[in-house]
Each structure stands twice: as structure tokens, then as C-alpha cells.
Design a protein around this ligand. Structure first.
Ligand SMILES: NC(=O)c1ccc[n+]([C@@H]2O[C@H](COP(=O)([O-])OP(=O)(O)OC[C@H]3O[C@@H](n4cnc5c(N)ncnc54)[C@H](O)[C@@H]3O)[C@@H](O)[C@H]2O)c1
Length: 326
């Protein structure tokens, strides 16, 4: 059988590079990334194993050649930060909505049969039903990030029903793992490497309560969800089965890095328990739809954070945890 031709946008980033490692043995993998946030180191192994890395800004130029003859496109390239940066809404509208539209247009021109999209739990906003199922509505995002991802999902649905490509959407909880360059585990481990005695934590004690999933469980979720999808447009929640507070995350990281007596300095956040404007206070996903495919997360949120803390520490210090921070 011919090898599947896979294109991964944002392929040098955190999640995309792990998917490349997973698929490269069985598929022809092309990674497309501007390297704005991703790095060639993330994909060094995949490239050695046969993947190609194309340095390309997906907001510029003709994208048709990028997706030529692709059997499946995994679209990860985005602005993945929920927090608004200096650029305000523009960053999310351009890097999420416009970029997804450009990718879809290039896929349409190339008759790409399947597109898999990395969405987020933030599309639900402050849901009244928690754990939140995929058919919860109306989705009322409270961040520009969540709004832009929901707009992308709508585009995917419309392209699927209008042009016959199959679209598969994963609404992911917070994904953790050593290669991540953003998010609370990355942030807290980086701060502890700089100062193992005092830890600044965004928000107010005990912080928000959310679901965290390890990259290993995300990869199996993607595999099983894509394999099982038969409809033109399918949405899956992808998270762990519980939620933990920011305080529990800080305690877990300190415990795993063998740090005792760390002074926590809470910043106060944006009020009413949120870390920043647009931050939801509670997030937990109902994952029955993906579990019906046979998939099962192997870690709780705390176990995922514990493993990611070691991975992040080793990456940031180029040495095993427990030995360096004292
Ligand atoms: N990490 C999470 O917790 C999480 C949760 C839910 C959804 N997601 C989504 O998953 C996807 C991947 O997230 P991640 O955590 O791996 O982020 P990441 O920043 O590590 O990866 C994104 C990649 O996209 C690339 N990119 C950005 N703009 C580009 C452009 N104009 N052209 C080409 N490449 C560009 C970056 O260089 C980076 O390598 C994103 O769409 C994100 O919104 C992530």
C-alpha cells in the first residue's frame, strides 16, 4: 500500500513535532513552519527519519505547492496564546482565522480529502455544564483566542459541507509536555530554574481549576479519533478525566523537582479568580465521544503535570531533574 502523504502545519512546534515523530515511520511527512515559535531541534529526529521541514510563513504567498498531493493535513500553526499580547485581537484574527482560511483554500485547490484541526476547550467559554460535552451550546467564548478558534471550526464545517473535504476537530484541554514553549507548566518550571526559593504565580490562590493532558495521550487521541471519524465534520473533546487548580500544579511541580519551602507569590490576576482577562475559571471536558472509539487517557491531570515537570526541567537545564535544582 502507498504511504500516506501527510502535511503538518506548525510542525516544528510542540504538538506538531510530536505528531511528526509518531507518523514518520509509516507516512511521508512534510512539516511546514515559519519557525516563529517552533524550532528545528524539535524535529531533528523526525527529519533524520525522513520528514522534510519547509520553512514557510503561511500568511504569505501562494500556498498551493505546500499542500500538493497531500492525503491529510494536520493544521496546528496558530497563535496558541489565550492571553492577548500587545497586538490585541489582530494576532488571533490573522494567525488563526485568516491562516486557517488560507490553508483551507490551498487544500481545496489541491483536492485534499482530510483536514484535522487543533481547536481548544476555550470555545465553550464559561460553560454552565462541566464536564462540558461537544454538543454543549451556545458556545460563548470569553477570549479572542477562543473566538478565533470557534470561527476556524465554522470555516472547517462549511468547507466540509460545501467542498466535500472531511474535517476533524479536536477541542483540546491544556496540553503539557517538555517541548511546550507556553502554558503554566512551562512558565512555573522556567521560573523555578531561575529562582528555586520564590515562585511568582499568576492569579490568586488557589487559581483556576482546569483539565491537563499529557502529549502522549493527545497523540493516541488523535490517532483513534481520526481513524474512527466517518462524518464530513466531526468534533472531539480531548482532555483528561479531571481538573486541578493552579495551586495543585505548583505543589506538584515543586514536589517533583524536590523543592521544599518555596514561597508562592500570587500576582492577584485579573480579579474574580481569573489569571488574566479571558481566562476561564473552570474547565473540564466530557470525553465520552472519543472514549467510544476505544481511546482512554492514561494519566490524570496531576500525573500529566508531574511528568511534564520532569520533561520541562530536563529540557531547560539539559540534565535530569532532582539533581540540579536545590
Ligand atoms: N498546547 C496547548 O495546550 C493547546 C491546547 C489547545 C489547542 N492547542 C492548539 O494546538 C496547536 C499547536 O499548539 P502548540 O502548543 O504546539 O503551539 P506551538 O506554538 O508550539 O506551535 C505552533 C507552531 O505554529 C508555527 N506558526 C505560527 N505562525 C505561523 C505562520 N504564520 N506560518 C507557519 N507557521 C506558523 C509556530 O512557529 C509554531 O511552531 C495550536 O493551534 C494551538 O492553538 C494547543
Amino acid at each position: 500500500m502507498a504511504r500516506e502523504r501527510v502535511v503538518i502545519t506548525g510542525g516544528a512546534g510542540f504538538i506538531g513535532s510530536h505528531l511528526a515523530d509518531e507518523l514518520v515511520a509509516e507516512s511521508d511527512v512534510r512539516l511546514v513552519d515559519s519557525l516563529a515559535a517552533g524550532s528545528p531541534q524539535n524535529v531533528a529526529e523526525a527529519v533524520r527519519a525522513g520528514a522534510t521541514l519547509v520553512r514557510r510563513d503561511l500568511l504569505r504567498g501562494d500556498l498551493k505547492p505546500v499542500f500538493r498531493r497531500a492525503d491529510i493535513v494536520y493544521h496546528f500553526a496558530a497563535n496558541p496564546d489565550v492571553r492577548l499580547g500587545r497586538e490585541g485581537p489582530k494576532a488571533h484574527i490573522e494567525q488563526n482565522v485568516l491562516m486557517t482560511y488560507r490553508v483551507l483554500e490551498a487544500c481545496r485547490a489541491n483536492h485534499v480529502p482530510r483536514v484535522v484541526f487543533a481547536s481548544t476547550s476555550t470555545v465553550y467559554g464559561e460553560a454552565r455544564t462541566v464536564p462540558t460535552p461537544e454538543d454543549y451550546g451556545p458556545c460563548e467564548p470569553i477570549s479572542l483566542y477562543g473566538a478565533s478558534k470557534l470561527a476556524c471550526e465554522s470555516l472547517l464545517s462549511a468547507y466540509a459541507h460545501t467542498y466535500g473535504l472531511q474535517a476533524i476537530v479536536f477541542r483540546m484541554a491544556n496540553v503539557v509536555g517538555g517541548r511546550s514553549g507556553h502554558g503554566v507548566v512551562h512558565d512555573l518550571v522556567a521560573k523555578l530554574v531561575r529562582n528555586p526559593k520564590r515562585l511568582e504565580i499568576i492569579g490568586s490562590d488557589p487559581g483556576t481549576s482546569k483539565s491537563y493532558i499529557h502529549i502522549g495521550d493527545v497523540l493516541t487521541g488523535y490517532r483513534d479519533g481520526v481513524e474512527a471519524a466517518t462524518e464530513p465534520f466531526t468534533v472531539y473533546n480531548l482532555g483528561s478525566e479531571d481538573a486541578i487548580s493552579v495551586r495543585t500544579i505548583a505543589d506538584t511541580i515543586c514536589r517533583e523537582l524536590s523543592l521544599a519551602g518555596v514561597e508562592y507569590a500570587w500576582t492577584g490576576g485579573s480579579g474574580s479568580g481569573r489569571g488574566w482577562v479571558g481566562d476561564v475559571r473552570t474547565m473540564s471536558l466530557a470525553i465520552d465521544r472519543l472514549k467510544a472509539t476505544g481511546w482512554q487517557p492514561t494519566m490524570t491531570s496531576e500525573q500529566a503535570v508531574a511528568r511534564a515537570a520532569h520533561e520541562a526541567f530536563e529540557r531547560k537545564t539539559a540534565g535530569p531533574s532532582r539533581k540540579k535544582v536545590r
